[in-house]
Design a protein around this ligand. Structure first.
Ligand code: PLP
Length: 385
């Protein structure tokens, strides 16, 4: 079996596992306790916070730990929207249909149940949100803008720096979901100019169930989880010390090994993008041809049932995805693909191939040899819908 679904999740790096281990067993203390068990655990949490802050180029007290990327997105949207409205009456949220559901569903809920007005930013043909689109939509009553750094389904990288410049001009906080991007793109919050940034460890060889949120000093935000005063009063709950240690070590490794990782992946990705388009009829690349994360290739095949294609590939020994992992089994075309203007008979036939540190060029060759016949078979078996 060859795993080509690294955008859904990555295996835990054994070096990260080793760093985490002692905090499951002998160093089990609660960081909120004042005795030495607590102090040791607290030191591990604060060291992890400093490591991450160094990579994000922020202050340690601008970073809080959460349970996952989704929770970071929820806190960013809900926490800032509610606090901004209280402070200034601003009640509009600008975001896009291409966002991960952790952002788009949260925005919908804020609209339905909390009286916010959500404006969906238009996308260009590559699935990008442009700075001009943000500038056109911004107004004095915008509470928050949320635009993802790179897209999990189509790999496209958004022009976050330019969007941040516009948001700064209008003094509106900008959140970016960097859960997918952090594996391969720099996450320097000063260079990006963002006010909030979400991370999730399992997308970059860290453990599942741990995330972080960067919150620029002075950004209005309120907690969405009530309880203890952990994380500067913004996120109640006893710290998950081993997972926090794992998040920091995984991000540190992603940061120091980034050049080698990118150099390994880029030629493999580009071989897939070129060969699939050469060898298979009625196929389109989705997302941007070059402004995309280095491990990500995504396509739509006309007249193919995407879920059937994934099952046939699985039977042939390849684990791929038809888009976001959360949508598997859903017969509706992805909102991301339909918002790019793709007709239904194309959008239903989506395939996402995402590579990782374990991917070899032999894996890629084997995949490229198998894919054309699998697509043909899927086309024959697909009932037009
Ligand atoms: C995976 C992912 C999330 C959700 O992160 P979890 O840690 O799985 O909750 C959010 N946004 C993007 C872009 C993702 O790829």
């Amino acid at each position: 079996m060859i795993y080509l679904d690294y955008a859904a999740t990555t295996p835990l790096d054994s070096r990260v596992f080793d760093a985490m281990l002692p905090y499951f067993t002998e160093n089990f203390g609660n960081p909120s306790s004042t005795h030495r068990y607590g102090q040791k655990a607290e030191a591990a949490v604060e060291t992890a916070r400093e490591t991450i802050a160094g990579i994000l180029n922020c202050r340690p007290d601008e970073l809080i730990f959460t349970s996952c990327g989704s929770e970071s997105d929820n806190l960013a949207l809900r926490g800032v929207a509610l606090a901004r409205r209280k402070q200034s009456g601003a009640n509009r949220i600008l975001t896009a249909r291409a966002e991960h559901h952790a952002v788009s569903k949260t925005a919908e809920r804020l609209e339905k149940e909390d009286g916010f007005q959500v404006e969906w930013l238009p996308l260009d043909e590559f699935g990008r949100v442009t700075a001009q689109a943000v500038e056109q939509a911004l107004s004095a009553d915008t509470a928050l803008v949320s635009v993802m750094y790179s897209n999990n389904e189509i790999g496209t990288i958004n022009p976050i720096c330019q969007i941040a410049e516009i948001c700064r001009k209008y003094a509106v906080p900008l959140h970016t979901d960097a859960v997918q991007a952090a594996a391969y793109l720099p996450v320097d919050v000063e260079a990006l100019g963002v006010d909030l940034l979400s991370l999730g460890a399992h997308k970059f060889y860290g453990p599942k169930g741990i995330g972080a949120l960067y919150i620029r000093k002075g950004t209005p935000i309120q907690s969405i989880l009530t309880g203890g005063g952990q994380e500067f009063g913004l996120r109640a709950g006893t710290h998950n010390v081993p997972l926090i240690v794992g998040l920091a070590e995984a991000l540190r490794l992603a940061h120091v090994e980034r050049p080698q990782r990118v150099a390994h992946l880029l030629p493999l990705r580009d071989a897939i993008i070129a060969t699939v388009q050469e060898t298979i009829p009625d196929v389109r690349l989705t997302g941007h041809p070059t402004e995309r994360v280095p491990n990500h290739a995504s396509f739509v095949f006309k007249g193919v049932d995407g879920n059937l294609l994934i099952n046939l590939l699985d039977a042939a020994g390849f684990a791929c995805s038809s888009g976001s992992a959360c949508k598997t089994g859903n017969p509706q075309p992805s909102e991301v693909l339909t918002s790019l203007g793709l007709p239904r008979e194309w959008a239903l036939g989506s395939l996402r191939v995402t590579l990782g540190l374990g991917t070899t060029s032999e894996d890629v060759q084997a995949f490229l040899q198998t894919l054309p016949e699998v697509v043909e078979k899927a086309r024959e078996l697909s009932v037009p819908r």
